[in-house]
Design a protein around this ligand. Structure first.
Ligand code: GDP
Ligand code: MG
Ligand code: ZN
Length: 338
């Protein structure tokens, strides 16, 4: 029988906690096997770990309480983990090790998110451009690829669009604002099943999260994309889960495995109400300009090496505003640096 002497040597030399720790967690690794899976859900120290056994999905319920607290690390949905003491009958195991993270999101708390579908709409609620750009910068800073999704296009009245002159009021203008960012731009209606196939095709392997303000239709879109999910819509689930204090983490849904590529997972997220404030405090203070992809061709060409692209003369970024860089994006950049 193969004994795991847990991580005794790594923990602080406090006799009490060490004893308690080892009593609780120095378990026998009954079959000597370590499996690698992905955390899809975590509630109160218990984690659901998804494991693929030759294409067959198994979810193990794993305790981890104590282990990661001692190491100052909390397991998150999306974490790739090693589990031991695997009981195939009971579907239980023990969370043993968190593998290094590629990215970490704070809202909702999730690890290794590879791309984010950023959902917004023109009405009910109307998109807030500074908040949208703040979110995009935040995702860029976390190494998460944004995918833009304008939802509720069924509500857009064509006659109004042609009459409208303001950037916020027309989908064409919105598309234009992001045309040089390289972000893919989808138009959808969860209500009338428009653009759903195209959006589904954009969801690749890895962890894809749906984010955006409350009420834009994230859960509705996920239900339209994957009818088996049965997520609650209309803000109901948010209110309930907030009461239970579970809004800060999320649950991943396993979508399947593509031949040749890895497994893919989806995550819904509760709507944010004060996203701008919470993200701003977590934004890096430097290099904001590098998180605007359309600035990239101009960044080395300013007169000053440390140009903030504000009041400096001979600024290549400012020169590109109105052509390669949309004014709306530049203005929101300025908001973030002052
Ligand atoms: N007209 C219209 N309403 C939608 C669409 N998508 C979602 N909704 C409605 O918008 C409200 C919020 O949707 P929900 O999916 O809960 O938004 P979430 O908070 O982003 O998850 C619900 O009443 C939905 O029925 C859409 O494409 N068109
Ligand atoms: Mg929702
Ligand atoms: Zn400049």
């Amino acid at each position: 029988m193969n004994m795991i002497i847990c991580v005794k040597t790594h923990i602080p030399r406090r006799v009490d906690s060490q004893h308690e720790f080892c009593y609780t967690y120095a378990m026998e690794n009954t079959d000597g096997k370590t499996l690698t899976g992905r955390i899809i859900k975590g509630v109160a120290g218990m984690y659901d770990v998804h494991y693929l056994d030759g294409g067959h999905s198994i979810v193990f319920t794993c305790p981890a309480r104590g282990l990661f607290k001692l190491h100052g690390k909390t397991p998150l949905p999306g974490d790739v983990v090693e589990i031991i003491n695997v009981d195939m009958q009971k579907r239980t195991a023990f969370l043993y090790k968190i593998l290094p993270r590629v990215s970490e999101l704070i809202r909702p708390k999730a690890a290794n998110v590879t791309q984010a579908v950023v959902v917004f709409c023109l009405q009910a609620p109307a998109v807030n451009m500074p908040v949208l750009d703040t979110l995009l910068v935040y995702l860029e800073s976390q190494n998460i690829r944004p995918i833009l999704c304008l939802n509720k296009i069924d509500l857009i009245d064509d006659r109004e669009i042609s009459a409208s002159q303001t950037a916020n009021a027309s989908q064409t203008a919105l598309h234009e604002i992001y045309s040089n960012t390289g972000y893919s731009f989808h138009r959808t209606s969860a209500e009338e099943s428009e653009g759903i196939e195209e959006l589904r095709a954009a969801i690749s392997d890895g962890v894809t999260i749906f984010t955006g303000a409350s009420g834009v239709g994230k859960s509705s879109l996920l239900n339209a994309l994957f009818p088996g999910l049965n997520l609650e819509t209309g803000g109901l689930s948010q209110k309930i889960s907030r009461g239970k204090n579970t809004t800060r983490t999320c649950e991943l849904f396993y979508l399947g495995e593509d031949a040749g590529s890895g497994a893919s997972y989806l995550a819904d997220s509760p709507g944010f109400t004060s996203l701008e404030a919470s993200l701003l405090t977590n934004l890096p203070k430097e290099g904001i300009d590098t998180y605007f992809p359309e600035f990239a061709p101009f960044l080395g060409n300013c007169y000053y090496n440390n140009c903030a692209h504000r009041t400096e003369h001979d600024c290549a970024v400012k020169d590109a505003v109105g052509t390669a860089i949309h004014l709306s994006r530049y203005e929101n950049y300025l908001r973030l640096i002052v």
